[in-house]
Design a protein around this ligand. Structure first.
Ligand code: ZN
Ligand code: ZN
Length: 109
């Protein structure tokens, strides 16, 4: 199965957030069908959010996955594009949301 797509997943029955990571009972191979685990306080429901492998993550951005120079370069590019735009809201968005993430990443890398 191909590389799973990271997603924010909640059990459709009990709404508990489903996070896929290996632990004592589970090696976390790529999977389409997710189990709301009773050993983690869930309800036991089984569901497939998509017909491809997906991975429940805590948050999508900033990612829990290791970040790298490529991510940072892309973010700087996005910032510059927004900032160079003529729309004030875009500049505010770039300064208010993207610039702080860039600064945080620069400290982490
Ligand atoms: Zn799962
Ligand atoms: Zn559930």
């Amino acid at each position: 199965m191909s590389q799973p797509i990271p997603m924010i997943l909640h059990c459709p029955i009990c709404r508990m957030q489903h996070i896929d990571r290996p632990d004592a009972n589970w090696t976390n191979p790529p999977h389409k069908i997710h189990l709301c685990r009773r050993d983690q306080g869930g309800c036991g429901h089984i569901w497939a959010p998509a017909n491809i492998a997906t991975m429940g993550v805590e948050q999508l951005w900033p990612s829990a996955e290791p970040i790298n120079e490529f991510d940072l370069a892309q973010l700087r590019h996005a910032y510059q594009q927004l900032y160079d735009g003529t729309v004030k809201q875009q500049r505010d968005f770039a300064d208010g949301l993207i610039a702080p993430i860039i600064r945080k990443l620069e400290l982490l890398l």
